[in-house]
Design a protein around this ligand. Structure first.
Ligand SMILES: Nc1ncnc2c1ncn2[C@@H]1O[C@H](COP(=O)(O)OP(=O)(O)OP(=O)(O)O)[C@@H](O)[C@H]1O
Ligand SMILES: [Mg+2]
Length: 475
């Protein structure tokens, strides 16, 4: 049957009950007819076939949640069908019926993943009870999902998802300071949501109707950052063909968000200190000092205290910025947020990819909870987005997750064991993994690797990974 005809059948069945939809497969055509009538009598929707391959295609279609399978075929063929069905859809419930029932074979079939094993001729009442129980189970799950969705709406704080005590504390602090702050420092590992929080802080502030200007300090070369922030006058430097205001003037009356503030030079830091202390700026090439009224949010994923000790960050600027500090916890510190974040991202990517993913299999959930999440929420979002794309059924299974997430930490497979490989191979693999954690963002990756952006670009270019499109992803 071609795919569109298949989805038509599934659509008809699905539309009929919106509940339990059952695929009946039995090599004996008359049994198929009897079972189909029996299921209709019970009030369930059914599509029946005597061709196991067709039944497997239905399973791949992903809309049937229950298969009633006659194992009149030799046992090996019957269990092969069961295994293939589960492989195609790990969330499917297979009820196996057999002419050769024994306790031993029942245990074997259940162990292989069948939901129930019934002897033939079918005891009508027993089959009805099994299906009613399943229907009740599905109903209960739907209710839980609906509740979770409602909960999600309540546990979303200005687009930030979280219910862990650590995040509730962050929300609390945001509420308290949003009306009053002039300078806020956001710290936390890469991908924890600092930019999201900066946006929310602006939206919650009394200047939410004014502009929010964002400067990613690590993406702008040092020589240009001063003119980007403070503006310049015509002729101030080669290429300054006109007079232009900078971000601080643009955002006057609103908020300036200085992302990756630790990446600024010491000279630039002195100028930032002047803005913070006096709210004064000077366009490059102009002697004129002007006053700006802005709120300042600065963010960094570095340890600013350590940067001060290393002489790379001005101590006075650090203390000025640090008067209000929101430390965003890493995902490893709030594992209890993972199910909620997963539900949030599944919903987001279902809409984006037009999918109907309902959740994760239990083993996939376990893998997520055991992973170390060095790239934090960004990494989790990338994982769910990728898995939503590749998942063949309505449930994301372990195989849909990237290899490093499938394996629990400390779990060493043969391929992982130490081998005396050339240093350049280790370097290559390490850079590949860091890039993966950063969702391919080279600016972030270079920060994590502790090397200059240009060094990373040069390396990737040498390896033929980019074709001169440098800076294209400097966000
Ligand atoms: N609590 C959250 N709820 C929903 N989405 C989140 C949450 N935290 C982070 N994200 C998402 O994760 C991604 C990374 O977040 P964000 O860019 O704010 O991180 P960051 O802390 O600024 O990272 P970096 O230090 O690398 O710049 C974004 O797509 C963001 O929408
Ligand atoms: Mg950021």
């Amino acid at each position: 049957m071609n795919p569109s005809a298949l989805s038509e059948v599934a659509e008809q069945v699905h539309g009929k009950t919106d509940g339990l939809t059952i695929c009946v497969v039995d090599p004996d055509k008359s049994t198929v007819v009897v079972l189909e009538e029996m299921l209709e009598e019970f009030g369930f929707s059914a599509v029946a076939t005597s061709d196991p391959q067709e039944a497997l295609d239905y399973v791949s279609g992903g809309r049937f949640r229950v298969v009633l399978c006659g194992m009149q075929m030799p046992r090996a063929a019957g269990t092969a069908f069961l295994e293939q069905a589960l492989q195609r859809d790990p969330g499917i419930y297979v009820i196996v019926m057999t002419d050769f029932y024994s306790i031993e074979s029942a245990i074997d079939v259940i162990k292989r993943g069948a939901y129930d094993y019934l002897p033939k001729p079918i005891d009508k009442a027993r089959l009805k009870k099994t299906l009613d129980d399943l229907a009740a189970q599905f109903q209960q799950r739907r209710l839980v999902r609906e509740l979770e969705e409602k909960l999600l709406n309540n546990l979303e704080f200005h687009g930030i998802v979280g219910r862990s005590p650590a995040m509730l504390e962050v929300f609390d602090l945001m509420r308290k300071i949003s009306r009053h702050y002039t300078n806020v420092l956001l710290t936390g590992q890469t991908g924890t949501g600092k930019e999201l929080i900066a946006n929310a802080l602006h939206q919650m502030s009394p200047v939410s109707t004014r502009r929010l200007a964002v400067c990613n300090c690590s993406a702008v070369v040092d020589t240009l950052i001063e003119s980007e922030l403070f503006g310049h006058v015509r002729g101030a430097f080669t290429g300054a063909t006109d007079t232009r205001p900078g971000l601080f003037e643009y955002a006057d009356g609103g908020t300036v968000f200085l992302d990756e503030v630790a990446d600024t030079s010491l000279a630039m830091q002195a100028k930032l200190l002047r803005v913070i202390q006096n709210r004064e700026i000077q366009r490059v090439g102009s002697p004129e000092v002007s006053h700006v009224d802005v709120r300042l949010i600065a963010a960094t994923n570095r340890d600013l205290g350590a940067e001060v000790l290393a002489g790379r960050f001005r101590e006075d600027l650090y203390y000025r910025l640090n008067t209000v500090n929101i430390r965003v916890p890493s995902l490893a510190e709030r594992l209890e947020d993972i199910p909620l974040l997963v539900a949030f991202f599944i919903k987001k990517y279902n809409e984006e990819y037009h999918k109907r993913i309902q959740g994760l299999t239990r083993r996939a959930q376990t893998a997520l909870l055991q992973h170390a999440w060095p790239g934090n929420v960004r990494e989790l979002e990338n994982v769910i987005s990728g898995a939503s794309l590749v998942a063949a059924t309505d449930f994301i299974d372990i195989h849909d997750l990237p290899i490093q997430v499938q394996r629990p930490p400390g779990h060493r497979t043969k391929g992982d064991a130490w081998r005396p490989v050339p240093l350049q191979d280790v370097r290559k693999e390490h850079i590949r993994r860091v890039l993966e954690v950063c969702g391919g963002n080279r600016v972030r990756a270079s920060q994590m690797l502790g090397i200059g952006r240009t060094s990373l670009y040069r390396y990737l270019k040498r390896k033929g990974k980019i074709n001169g499109a440098e800076g294209a992803d400097a966000t």
